[in-house]
Structure formats: C-alpha cells, structure tokens
Design a binder for this molecule. Structure first.
Ligand SMILES: [Zn+2]
Ligand SMILES: [Zn+2]
Length: 229
C-alpha cells in the first residue's frame, strides 16, 4: 500500500521524528562530499611525477572499489556478520524499510539520513578498504601510487553515494532524466523489492557488475508484475 497511511510512511514519520529538528541531510552530504573530494584533490596535487603506472593504479583502485561496493552490500549489509552487525541493522532494518520497490522516492531532507552511509560506516570502509590498499600501493610502487589510490577510492565513494541518492529522488527530478541514472534507478528499485533484496542487484553505481557475478535481475518476473497491478 502506498501513501500517507502505509507501513513505510509510518516508519518514515517515526524515523524523521527521532532526528534533530534542524537536521538537513542534503547540507550534511554536500559537506562530507566536499571534505572527501577536497582530500582527494590534495592527494593528487601531492603527486611528484605522473606516469602510466599511476593511471593504472587509479583505474585498478576504482575497479577494486567497485568490487568492494558489491561485496559490502551483498555480505555485511544483508547478512549480520560478527562485529559488523551495525551495517546490517542500518541497511536492512532501516534503509530497506524506509524505501521499498513501491515507495522508492524520499520526500524530506531528513530522508537523506536513511539513504547515505553513516559516518561510522564510512570510517569502517576507509579503515578496512582504503587504508590497506593505499599502504599496499606505497610498498609496491611508492608514495605517489598511495596518493593516487587514496584519491581514487575517495572519488568512488562520492560517486556511489550520489548515484544512490539519485535512485531515491522523486521521478520528476531533472537529474533522473539522465539515461545512466534511469538504468541505475530501475536496477536499484528491483533490489528494493523484499523478495529480491537478499539475492539480486547489489551493485548500485555500476549495475552491469551484477551480470557476470550472477545476481542481475533486469525486469520483474511477469507474475510479480501482475500481483502488483
Ligand atoms: Zn537504496
Ligand atoms: Zn540492499
């Protein structure tokens, strides 16, 4: 059931009421993005000498981030793994209750809170992902490689966050008309169907990645469409 009286809407109202009255999710997200992109920019400005090897490090780190996004979403966010239960709670118990395939759009600046990664999740990702990869790049290829690796991962996280936010924008928002976002939104909408969320469409910013990994759902099966109609 959609609309004011739905279970989803009641959950949203309770969630918004628990946030500080002056919380503005868009403003906070712009600040976090500026801090991350600013750090990435400083890292790139610190590079002493550019080479094709560094371009390879950038692309390689971006590709590993892409795989990391898939694995983080498929594993700790959808399965309560020991020590990372907070990721499961925040994702399945909050994000998937807040948005379903029938009610994907947010309507309030507070809804950003239920969409983006919590600061503690960001810290975990940076500590278990960006830090070891940057240190490994340093040991293998030197400090410039570590700077490029760190910048690539920070940039990737920003792209991921904003694509996910775009997936939860109202359908009439101008950004939604971009062809890539249309595809990403439908891919993510199918993931938000309760019957598919644990098994399908884990990649958000690069939907095609689910294909070779055997978890891509392109359209709703016919019988489910008929049930929803
Ligand atoms: Zn989502
Ligand atoms: Zn999910």
């Amino acid at each position: 059931m959609k609309g004011q009286g739905s279970r989803t809407e009641r959950f949203r109202q309770e969630y918004r009421a628990d946030l500080p009255a002056d919380y503005d999710g868009w403003q906070q997200q712009r600040r976090i993005t500026a801090a991350m992109l600013g750090t990435a920019g400083l890292l790139l400005l610190g590079v002493q000498g550019w080479s094709w090897t560094l371009a390879g490090v950038f692309v390689g780190s971006w590709t590993l981030s892409c795989l990391g996004e898939y694995l983080a979403h498929r594993l700790p966010m959808h399965h309560p793994l020991r020590g990372l239960e907070f990721m499961f709670r925040r994702h399945v118990r909050v994000h998937h209750r807040y948005f379903t395939d029938q009610e994907m759009a947010g309507a309030d600046a507070k809804d950003v809170h239920a969409t983006v990664l919590a600061p503690v999740q960001l810290l975990v990702l940076l500590t278990i992902g960006a830090l070891p990869l940057s240190l490994g790049s340093w040991l293998l290829l030197g400090p410039d490689a570590a700077r490029v690796c760190g910048a690539s991962i920070l940039g990737y996280i920003c792209v991921f966050e904003w694509v996910h936010l775009a997936c939860h924008l109202p359908a009439q928002h101008p950004a939604v008309r971009l062809p890539f976002l249309k595809q990403a939104r439908e891919h993510h909408r199918l993931h938000h169907a309760p019957q598919h969320m644990s098994t399908r469409n884990f990649q958000i910013s690069n939907p095609w990645v689910d294909g070779p990994l055997g978890t891509r759902l392109l359209t709703e099966p016919e019988e489910e469409r008929e049930k929803a109609a």
